[in-house]
Design a protein around this ligand. Structure first.
Ligand code: SF4
Length: 475
């Protein structure tokens, strides 16, 4: 199934305008993000040690990322000794080729998939379809957007942008069922069709929430039971995991299992937690073949720098999306990336290159709501500021060159500003010159002020400055 043309990060300003003009989208976003926000507040209110848990999670992630080579080696050794095969992928292309090769070797054409942002990141479905396979998403939200030929618009609620009425119409159009806006009818239809896919599938594909170095275990969290079916019914299973998902000890899971579901959906725990350590023995049911694809795709570049490295601590809970006033107004598709919202604004330029994603670090009011809700205390505003600074000067981002965003006029403006703020006389002179320029209407030719003034009233300069008034009043 091919994706309909989706907005890209490069066209972010136009995407925003289109999203802001879509009242249905804004209504769907407001209802869903409000609900998740309220549920999160209630869930964490029942955990007095919430802040201590966040500190602990942050410390575990910082420690692991600082020694990721060590923990990855330990993890791989334990995974392999459990009977699971490990494959390394430097980038998206290699990862897709590996999964396609595993499918080919297993003689698998019909594939079922559980929700995984990592497989979205590498464009796995499209690659498998090109290889003649038929991957079917089995998470309800993912299946809906697959039917619609779209990409996810939220990292844990892929179809957050769709209303019940839109989904009902989609089902009529694609599944040729009688129109119904009864949620039970719609979900029963989905269950019936997806069960047929599960029964026929030769290969299951999943993501991974956490990989435990101590035991070689992978953990997959979900609410619908589809990940469990994906990882247990087909005769072969391949899990795709970003290298940053490793944690040192099995006991560390306790911390993350308390944080992630509460932050994401306001649940105390997800309905299913599948812990997999190697294939099932011959006398038990389950896949005989287990593969793990470990994906770098730019992550090891992010490890090099302390400020940027924290981006990799993300556990993909989605809380920062729900809290962000920008995401809440425009939704995920406007970001033009599989990773939208505040985490997407810092991850996208670093993973996929700043050239096409240069607008995203500026899509924030820096209000700090994302940092406040993040269960692993990622200082997203700080990373945004670092990215903005690099974009101004053209400094590298994610190991790649970045475009220099500031023009000659802007650089001159900041130089004049720096000069005028270096002493009271200079400041007074600059204020007077500014007022003269404003009275002649020259300021409207400044490109930055023109852009600013498109959606806001540019404040007029006072006829007399505060300092002049103070002096005139004899103080
Ligand atoms: S950055 Fe933090 S809040 Fe946002 S998705 Fe990642 S873990 Fe959750």
């Amino acid at each position: 199934m091919t994706h309909a043309a989706q907005p890209t990060s490069a066209t972010f300003p136009a995407n925003v305008e289109a999203a802001l003009g879509d009242a249905t989208l804004r209504g769907a976003l407001a209802r869903a993000t409000d609900l998740f926000g309220e549920r999160r507040t209630a869930a964490i209110g029942a955990v007095p040690e919430w802040e201590a848990l966040r500190e602990q999670a942050r410390a575990v992630k910082e420690h692991t990322l600082a020694r990721l080579d060590f923990y990855l080696e330990q993890f791989v050794e334990r995974v392999e000794s459990s009977g699971m095969r490990v494959h390394w992928a430097r980038d998206a292309k290699e990862a897709c080729a590996l999964v396609a090769e595993i499918a080919r070797a297993a003689g698998a054409k019909r594939l079922v998939k559980s929700k995984s942002m990592t497989t979205e990141e590498i464009g796995l479905n499209a690659a498998l379809e090109r290889d003649g396979c038929e991957p079917v998403e089995t998470d309800l939200g993912e299946w809906i957007i697959q039917l619609a030929g779209e990409t996810p618009s939220h990292i844990i609620v892929p179809a957050i942008h769709k209303t019940k009425a839109q989904i009902a119409e989609l089902f009529v159009d694609k599944l040729h069922i009688e129109k119904s806006d009864d949620v039970e009818v719609l979900t029963a239809t989905a269950r019936r069709i997806l069960r047929e896919h599960f029964a026929a599938a030769d290969l299951g594909i999943s993501g991974v929430n956490f990989g435990v170095a101590e035991t070689g275990t992978i953990l997959i969290l979900e609410n619908e039971g589809n990940a469990r079916l994906t990882t247990s019914l087909p005769r072969a299973h391949v899990a795709v995991m970003g290298i940053e998902k490793v944690i040192p000890r099995f006991a560390d899971l306790e911390v993350f299992l308390r944080l992630l579901p509460r932050s994401g959906t306001g649940q105390h725990l997800t309905s299913y937690q599948s812990l997999l350590t190697g294939p099932e023995p011959a006398e038990r049911e389950g896949p005989r073949e287990l593969h793990l694809v470990l994906l770098d795709n730019g992550r090891s570049e992010l490890l090099q720098e302390r400020v940027m490295r924290q981006t990799l601590a993300c556990i993909r809970c989605g809380a920062c999306l729900n809290a962000c006033p920008v995401y809440r107004a425009i939704g995920g598709h406007a970001y033009g990336s599989v990773y939208p919202g505040p985490i997407g604004a810092i991850l996208t330029p670093q993973l996929f290159g700043a050239e096409k994603a240069q607008h995203l670090p500026f899509a924030s009011s820096l209000c700090g709501a994302c940092r406040d809700v993040c269960p692993v205390k990622i200082d997203i505003p700080n990373v945004l500021l670092e990215l903005r600074a690099r974009l101004q000067t053209g400094a590298p981002i994610g190991g790649r060159t970045s475009p220099k965003k500031s023009g000659a006029f802007e650089r001159l403006g900041w130089k004049v500003w720096a000069w005028s703020c270096a002493g009271p006389r200079r400041f007074a002179l600059a204020s007077r010159l500014g007022r003269v320029a404003a009275s002649l209407g020259l300021l409207r030719f400044a490109p930055q002020l023109r852009a600013w003034g498109q959606t806001r009233a540019v404040p007029e300069l006072a006829r007399r400055s505060f300092r002049e008034q103070w002096k005139a009043d004899g103080r």
